[in-house]
Design a protein around this ligand. Structure first.
Ligand code: ADP
Length: 586
């Protein structure tokens, strides 16, 4: 019975949503509910008032009755207006507060998830979860509570008026109800399937947009505009199809209710019309009954569409709670160890790491001595960046030990561990904020003098005069207002401010002009003084003075030693060195 399990599961999720995000607003909800009950009951009272209106005022010609009936109806509409406005405002407030609280929690939780999660899910898809799916569940409580509070009360009061007029007419009017049950179950199943597809289509759309805007350079340079537009058009075509189908399914239930009401009206007219003609019932009674039925029509349709809204929310809730239930694998230990990181060697012992089937680190072992500079050399894909990732626990090796001194990195508090490292790469990601914010990264304890010192040392001060607002110029999306060399200098400034015992450097891969290279090299040397430094070297000239050079190939250390030792060995390093040297002089 997959259907049953499905609906039980969504009810359970709805319960969770209620407990975690909605229930805390109960005083507001209680007030709104009270207003809704009042609003709902005015509808019954209105239809009730039609009986004296017709029988006393119109048929008997009672002028006095005209006044009190008129005032009573006026008062009912005033109450309705007042309660209607306030309950809506209150419920929107609850819906907004609970959905934004969910967004905040979701983002907070997502940021704790492991790096592979972010490699497997595109930013577009993740944005869709935080924005689209929370939006889809935002309204569900508002609609449910309104349905329960206003519409059920309205229906009950109208039903009571109808029963009071004539129970046989009432039963006749409802004759079609049992016929609704089976089709409505089938419809719900259909809507549920379609809403799932609708959320997937929306995710595809966000993913495409994200890919295009992030890759806009490549799109333009490769003339891919028409191709990308075509792909986007196909995605939005899907959205149209599936949205139309969902809406068709959703409105089918109110449609069924229309048919049922039509049949009821017909039955009552034939039955009641005869009784009035024969003088068994007054026109006023008939009008009261008929108005009650006509007024029952809207709340009934709204309640009918509830099922569809519930299914839409359930599809999003499933996706949201699947994320909430995901637990990060990389976490802080309950009783974190401490380490004197400045004196600790960085040690990798027989470390194995693979992505799925690809072995990336294959029994890698080496020691980067404390306070010294260790260079990692090797072909692209050898696993050098992966070493940085296991050190900072962005990924966790399948086996082997990664230690600072004799403390495994996994024994340290995660924030403490990451606080021991500064990373400098040319691709240093800058945020779309000012340079100042990009360098301070939220710190408020840095005075202007210290900041100026750091800007000088990192040679950021050199290019500030060229920027329109100096340090307060925006860096642009992902730092796009700056050149690669400038971004790297900002990263060096960040690292100087962080002043951590361990430094991870990824040298610029793209060629900088000789002057910037010298400037950056100088800044990096100053930065690495007295710190345990691991540097991924692309140009061997810059690591001549490294204390230790580790040559890697396919996740293993193939040789290690000082520049002179390795040259003397005449192995891989010597060959690489010869290649680069020859190229320079050819
Ligand atoms: P290097 O820094 O030496 O150029 P990396 O450490 O970046 O090498 O990568 C080592 C290997 O791991 C490469 O073969 C690369 O294809 C693979 N790799 C890196 N990231 C991923 C990933 N997210 N999924 C699968 N394979 C990856």
């Amino acid at each position: 019975m997959p259907k049953l399990r499905n609906s039980q599961a969504s009810r359970a999720l709805m319960g969770r949503l209620w407990h975690e995000y909605v229930a805390r607003h109960w005083p507001t909800i209680a007030l709104a509910l009270t207003l809704m009950v009042i609003e709902g009951s005015t509808v019954g009272l209105l239809s009730y008032m039609l009986q004296p209106m017709f029988d006393l005022v119109f048929v008997d010609g009672n002028v006095q009755a005209m006044w009190w009936v008129g005032f009573a109806i006026l008062a009912l509409f005033l109450v309705r207006a007042f309660t209607g406005v306030f309950q809506r405002v209150l419920m929107v407030k609850v819906a907004q507060l609970s959905s934004t609280a969910m967004q905040v929690d979701l983002l907070g939780h997502m940021m704790t998830l492991d790096t592979p999660y972010f490699q497997n899910n595109s930013p577009g898809a993740l944005i869709e979860r935080v924005q689209g799916d929370t939006l889809a569940v935002q309204n569900v409580w508002q609609v449910l509570i309104q349905g329960v509070g206003r519409d059920i009360v309205a229906l009950t009061s109208l039903f009571m008026v109808a029963l009071w007029v004539d129970w046989v007419w009432t039963v006749t009017a409802l004759i079609g109800v049992p016929l609704l049950i089976l089709p409505s179950v089938a419809l719900q199943r259909y809507v549920r399937r379609k809403t799932g597809q609708m959320r997937d289509a929306a995710t595809n759309r966000s993913t495409r947009l994200d890919e295009i805007f992030h890759g806009i350079r490549e799109v333009k340079l490769n003339g891919m505009e028409a191709y990308q537009l075509g792909r986007f058009r196909r995605v939005v075509d899907d959205i149209v199809t599936v949205n139309v189908k969902t809406t068709a399914g959703q409105s089918m239930l109110p449609g069924l209710i229309d048919i049922m009401t039509g049949v009821g009206f017909f039955g009552v007219l034939i039955l009641g019309g005869r009784e009035i003609i024969e003088g068994d019932k007054t026109v006023g009674e008939f009008m009261s009954f008929f108005t009650a039925m006509a007024l029952a029509f809207q709340p009934l349709r709204r309640l009918g569409s509830l099922a569809g809204i519930f299914q839409i929310a359930a599809a999003s809730l499933e996706r949201l709670y699947a994320i909430f239930d995901m637990r990060p694998g990389i976490t802080s230990p309950a009783a974190p160890a401490t380490v004197a990181a400045a004196q600790a060697d960085v040690v990798l012992r027989d470390v194995n790491f693979s992505y799925d089937d690809t072995l990336v680190l294959n029994g890698l072992s080496f020691t980067a001595p404390a306070g010294k500079t260790t260079a990692l050399v090797g072909a692209s894909g050898a696993g050098k960046s992966t070493v940085f990732n296991v050190l900072t626990r962005l990924i966790e090796p399948q086996s082997g030990q990664v230690c600072l001194g004799d403390v495994p990195v996994g024994a340290l508090n995660l924030a403490t561990l990451r606080g021991l490292f500064s990373t400098v790469t040319q691709d240093a990601l800058l945020f779309d904020e000012t340079l100042r914010e990009n360098i301070l990264l939220g710190r408020t304890d840095v005075d202007e003098a210290r900041l100026a010192e750091v800007l000088d040392a990192a040679h950021v001060a050199d290019f500030l005069p060229n920027l329109p607002q100096g340090l307060d110029s925006p860096a642009g999306p992902r730092g796009s207002n700056l050149s690669g060399g400038q971004r790297q200098r900002v990263a060096i400034a960040r690292a100087l401010l962080r002043d951590t015992p361990i430094l991870l450097l990824d040298e610029a891969t793209s060629a900088l002009d000789a002057q910037s290279e010298a400037v950056i090299q100088g800044a990096l040397e100053r930065l690495s003084q007295g710190r345990t430094t691991l540097v991924i070297a692309h140009r061997l000239a810059t690591i001549r003075n490294a204390d230790l050079i580790v040559v890697m190939d396919r996740g293993q250390v193939v040789e290690q030693g000082s520049h002179d030792e390795l040259l003397a060995q005449g192995g891989v390093y010597a060959r690489l060195h010869r290649l680069q040297f020859d190229k320079k002089h050819s």
